[in-house]
Design a protein around this ligand. Structure first.
Ligand SMILES: Cc1ncc(COP(=O)(O)O)c(C=O)c1O
Length: 382
């Protein structure tokens, strides 16, 4: 017996959208064109040459000289796991800073790696408190690692990576930092800030398609990986196994790399280098300022204190009596505009408006402000 092919299925033609949610962001046509180029072998010398350029471009994006800097095959969550499963050995105490969804995911990673978590909680919408982290480390001399999320996409808050890394090092602990939302959109200075293990994502301010996770590991982190007395629980993410593919003179097969997406990331990073990191940070900051002043002029309020706002992810409070889901659905239907919803305790209470990478433009700021003004007026009349 055979199973018939499904009838009436045709090629998928996605609708045109403007992606102003929490990611993915709009992917530039140059990146999409790069991804449509012919697939070659993942050990082809020309591909290996491209991989080496890609690592160099990532070092620029991360502002690091770390040799071990490469894109993990998998979304940001896989980069996150790569950091935790390699650095955390069973029994290791890890201080996790939690002020939103993604700090909670880090905590999951610690427990699943056999680590012993020490959690420092801060309210959603506020940054991680360096004072609380220092007090927790003073109280517990056994903590080996401190992990935090630089830009909490669930709340739109930026925490002080410089202060947190300095406190961790004063207490002889390593730092794992999540820069999924921040890389490319605001300063992430891995070497200057002495971040030991860092992961990011391809689909936010780098404006590539989702599915790749740039990571970088400094010497202190690698020493801890080398000193492990237990085998890394993950075969796929074990740095000892994956690095011979990404690093060194003779490249050996580990897994079949996602070849075309890597062309896309290479192109996206070339575009970032052409613009220049500082210019990209300024563009994100300027568009953020324009969006916030427009929202405030409409009488809307931002969730986060100005000093801690992420320029690439703006959380604005849904006014009393407005149907959050209706506004987002109408924005999508009428304007092709994707806005993000609130998560967890913020569900129904905020919109998350992304201005990330190629989507961080003055035109998108205007589109969003005009759409919200119309929809809020209509919502009041409903
Ligand atoms: C701060 C942060 N960390 C981690 C992730 C997970 O990345 P991904 O969805 O690509 O697995 C996200 C995704 O939105 C994020 O915003």
């Amino acid at each position: 017996m055979t199973i018939d092919a499904p009838e009436g299925t045709t090629s998928f033609e996605p609708p045109r959208r403007v992606l102003m949610g929490p990611g993915p962001s709009d992917v530039h046509a140059r990146v999409l064109a790069a991804m449509a180029r012919p697939t070659i072998g993942h050990l082809d010398p020309e591909f290996v040459r491209m991989m080496d350029e890609l690592k160099e471009l990532l070092r620029y994006a991360f502002q690091t000289k770390n040799r071990v800097t490469f894109p993990v095959s998998g979304p940001g969550s896989v980069g996150m796991e790569t950091c935790f499963v390699n650095l955390v050995e069973p029994g290791d105490k890890v201080l996790v800073c939690r002020n939103g969804v993604f700090g909670g995911r880090q905590l999951e990673n610690v427990t699943r790696s056999g680590g012993v978590p020490v959690v420092v909680d801060d309210d959603w919408g506020t940054p991680v408190s360096p004072e609380k982290v220092a007090a927790a480390l003073d109280a517990d001399a056994d903590v080996r690692i401190v992990s935090f999320v630089h830009g909490e996409t669930s709340t739109g808050v930026r925490s002080d990576a410089v202060a947190l890394a300095a406190i961790a090092h004063e207490h002889d602990a390593l730092v794992i930092a999540d820069t999924v939302t921040t890389l490319g959109g605001c300063p992430v200075l891995v070497d200057e800030w002495q971040l030991d293990a860092v992961y990011s994502g391809s689909q936010k301010c780098l404006s590539c398609t989702p599915g790749l996770s740039p990571v970088t590991f400094g010497e202190r982190a690698l020493e801890k990986v080398r000193a492990r007395t237990t085998t890394c629980q993950s075969w796929f993410m074990d740095l000892n196994l994956v690095l011979p593919y990404w690093d060194g003179g003779t490249r050996t097969y580990h897994h079949t790399a996602p070849i075309n997406p890597l062309y896309g990331l290479h192109e996206a990073l070339i575009m970032l280098a052409e613009e220049g990191l500082e210019a990209a940070w300024k563009r994100h900051a300027d568009n953020h300022a324009a969006l916030v002043s427009g929202l405030e002029a409409m009488g809307l309020t931002m969730l986060v204190d100005p000093a801690h706002r992420l320029p690439q992810l703006n959380t604005v409070c849904v006014p009393e009596g407005v149907d959050d889901a209706w506004v987002r659905s109408e924005a999508l239907q009428r304007h092709g505009l994707e806005l993000g919803n609130g998560l967890g305790v913020l569900a129904g209470k905020v919109w998350r408006i992304g201005l990330m990478g190629a989507a961080s433009t003055r035109q998108n700021v205007t589109l969003c402000l005009e759409a919200l003004a119309t929809l809020l007026a209509e919502s009041a009349a409903r």
